[in-house]
Design a protein around this ligand. Structure first.
Ligand code: NDP
Ligand code: AKG
Ligand code: MG
Length: 474
């Protein structure tokens, strides 16, 4: 039972079966208001959710909100340092789907991220962040409408596991000495490398299980998209971090070519198949030369490997994927992380789902949100097999807190994702319509107002923007 909170007196629980939610008509949904601008964002967003559900279902369906506490608000209610009370964890576990405002994380020392903690505690391994353009939204880019991507960010491991040691700490120093004197010298490929003795140390674990379950979710989403968007790009820095980020790429390809063999083609396979389609008599070696531009300069051993790859692909999938059949399947490719940051700007329409690890996904989701109007338009969801927590991409934006100023679009669109996840599409569609029309009628908050031509003066307040969205439901 709960110590300091009580669930609403009416309402039922959402449960999960095979990773999918089973949603009653009157679900109880816990919410965390959030720190900083959460104080402005949550009431505005809740008003929109309730109005949309009422308008869509005329009272037949209703969300019963359950206020739970985290961050500063939790410390006020539960006592000093009680940032994430057991009550909150119990409520989210019991009711399955929750939505939250942003929570503060201090830089350097202090508590570790509550946002990350929630994702790890509930094993919400896929962070899903769509970046889609709403007509009329001002953008620093000339053609923001061309960007329509969904970032699938692995959400539980990588450096976010938080295993690190401060410079000068006893265990940190011990670890550096062990690495310098034993582990690095015992690994010939590391040569004479040494870690500077005055370093802080962090560990970056990337597991096969964590990588593959994320890519599996990304693939399932790709299969639900229209044919022209059925693509998954594995984003990694595998040229530098071979056994973590490079392994993520390899495990991703391994997963798709085993579990989804009939439903996908990799980019490299598509080159091999199309070479043979253009020239049915092409030799293995010529095919290999065409897929690897540097082929002639390679060692004999490497050349043989590529010829073998060509042969294996033709033997295994020519019948099922050849003669253009692959063009109807999900295309899986990979891009190096630094390159994808420029690609989403220079060739935005060539990408659809970007599947990547935790840190890359964190950076990439802010960058992609900027193209479609900024962080005020960046929604997100943290999804596991038994639970889901919806939250915006941005943080607490402390300098704007309490001013009724920031754009609630990000939290509202996170709620749209929640409604879609629940199968309440009619309510989600109403909100998207209202938001789109408010923006195209230049009824916007400061962030969009200042970018519009001519600038909108005065901009709407956070609460007024919510009202404008509701006004445009009909
Ligand atoms: N999931 C979470 O809860 C997250 C929490 N955080 C935490 O939030 C805190 C603050 O982080 P910070 O680096 O300032 O990043 P924030 O994302 O909070 O804010 C950075 C800037 O983004 C713009 N912005 C953010 N939200 C909105 C909005 N709703 N509407 C319009 N513009 C918005 C503002 O830009 P401008 O002022 O130029 O208009 C703001 O100053 C940190 O403690 C951080 O750890 C960070 C990310 C996610
Ligand atoms: O938890 C935090 O403070 C930051 C998290 C973050 O930036 C994100 O999830 O995008
Ligand atoms: Mg972030």
């Amino acid at each position: 039972m709960y110590e300091k909170i009580a669930p609403p007196e009416t309402g039922s629980k959402i449960t999960f079966k095979n990773g999918e939610p089973i949603v009653p008509d009157n679900p109880i949904i816990p919410f965390i208001r959030g720190d900083g601008t959460g104080i402005d964002l949550w009431p505005a967003s809740q008003k929109v959710f309730d109005a949309a559900v009422k308008e869509a279902y005329g009272g037949k369906r209703q969300i019963n909100w359950f206020k739970v506490y985290a961050g500063d608000e939790a410390c006020e209610k539960y006592g000093t340092y009680q940032y994430l009370p057991q009550d909150t964890l119990d409520a989210i576990k019991e009711y399955g789907i929750a939505i939250k405002g942003p929570l503060t994380t201090p830089i350097g020392g202090g508590i570790r991220s509550l946002n990350v903690a929630l994702r790890q505690i509930f094993d919400l391994y896929s962070c899903v962040r769509p970046c889609k353009y709403y007509a009329g939204t001002p953008s620093p880019h000339k053609t923001p409408e061309k960007l329509d991507v969904i970032i699938y960010r692995e959400n539980t491991e990588d450096i976010y596991l938080g295993i690190e040691w401060r410079q000068g700490s006893e265990i940190g120093d011990k670890l550096i000495k062990l690495l310098n004197t034993e582990l690095i010298p015992a690994t010939p490929e590391h040569g004479k490398k040494q870690i500077p003795l005055d370093s802080g140390i962090g560990i970056k674990p990337i597991s096969k299980t964590g990588s593959q379950r994320l890519v599996r979710r990304a693939m399932k989403n790709a299969l639900r998209l229209p044919k022209n968007k059925q693509q998954v790009t594995l984003v990694h820095k595998g040229n530098i971090m071979k056994y973590t980020e490079g392994a993520f790429r390899d495990w991703g390809y391994e997963l798709v070519t085993t579990e989804f063999r009939g439903e996908c083609v990799t980019e490299r396979e598509s080159w091999i198949l199309s070479n043979k389609e253009r020239n049915p008599d092409i030799s293995l070696e010529e095919n290999a030369r065409q897929i690897d531009p540097g082929y002639d300069a390679l060692t004999e051993e490497k050349k043989a490997q590529i010829c073998q790859e060509v042969e294996d692909v033709l033997n295994s999938i020519w019948q099922t994927h050849g003669n253009g059949q692959w063009k109807n399947l999900v295309m899986v490719n990979d891009r190096i992380a630094d390159s994808i940051f420029q690609q989403i700007q220079t060739r935005p329409d060539e990408y659809s789902i970007l599947a990547t690890m935790n840190l890359n996904g964190d950076y990439l989701s802010d960058a992609a949100a900027a193209i479609v109007g900024g962080l005020g338009m960046g929604p997100g969801a943290n999804i596991g097999d038994q639970c889901a927590i919806f939250e915006a991409t941005h943080g607490t934006a402390p300098k704007h807190a309490g001013l009724d100023r920031v754009n609630p679009g990000s939290v509202i669109l996170s709620g749209v994702m929640m409604l879609e996840f629940m199968g309440w599409q009619e309510a989600a569609d109403l909100i998207k319509k209202g938001l789109g029309e408010a923006i195209s009628n230049r009824e916007v908050t400061y962030d969009l107002a200042r970018l519009m031509e001519p600038p909108v003066e005065p901009p709407l307040k956070c609460s007024e923007f919510a009202e404008a969205i509701i006004k445009y439901f009909n």
